[in-house]
Design a protein around this ligand. Sequence first.
Ligand code: F3S
Length: 284
Amino acid sequence: MDIEIADNSGYCFGVKRALKLARKALDENNARHKKVYTLGSIIHNPGVVQELSEKGLMSVKDIKDIEEGSVFVVRSHGMPPAILDELKKKNNIIIDATCPFVKKAHKRTKKLAADGFHIVLIGDNDHPEVCGIREQVDKSRISVINKIEDLASFDSKAKIGVVVQTTQTMEKLKVIACGLLDKTRELYVVNTICDTTKNRQDAVRELSGRVDIMLVAGGKNSANTTHLADISRQKNPNTFHIENKDDLLEDWFKNAGKVGISGGASTPEEDILAIRKKIEDMEL
Ligand code: F3S
């Protein structure tokens, strides 16, 4: 069986940077008996979260559970400024691992608001990155839109500025931006989808169209991995979103000549290679 790994699979620059900063914070502070925290999992990958938790990284759901004077790592998704201010007031040391692409979305959102635009943020309202972007400006100045149907209840505005969650698809951006033309006479679109995401999605679109089975590896709670699986499914119904090699079923491969594999931005290369190895070792 022929197995091909899609280009641009696995850890993106922002995730690599966040993991490096978290590991450095643990190395430096474990010896000093200072606790190191994140709000939510450092990345959307259960295996990596487990490994770092064994090294002492504490993931909490509420900042009330963070001891005063500890170290706090901001995830690559970024955070609302008010929460960071609260943590600083309690003498916590902040290690900011916000991805520079997300920071750019924060900056452009604030600039659009300052220039008098009502902001439409395209993305998933509950995703931490979207919460971080949304909170950069007063809530009366920004609306989160996740699908074209959401525009039915969105009132017209004099000027609309658009920003996008970094891991969304170009297709969604195009559809919603076009829909917004009916809601304003002045529309300004800032495409904040990160290059890594776009390149990864293009590679999956291309590979999924010429394989029998397409595997997309990454956490089920990872937005970018879920989008990749959706993109692949449009080209290839035999697409499986798996978390790791343990999710593979031999039955899928019985009549397959060629298999494609891709991984989301939070998927370690070792996981992708382990998936390939397990398929190679199958006795079909
Ligand atoms: Fe940053 Fe893009 Fe990764 S926004 S965290 S490089 S998916």
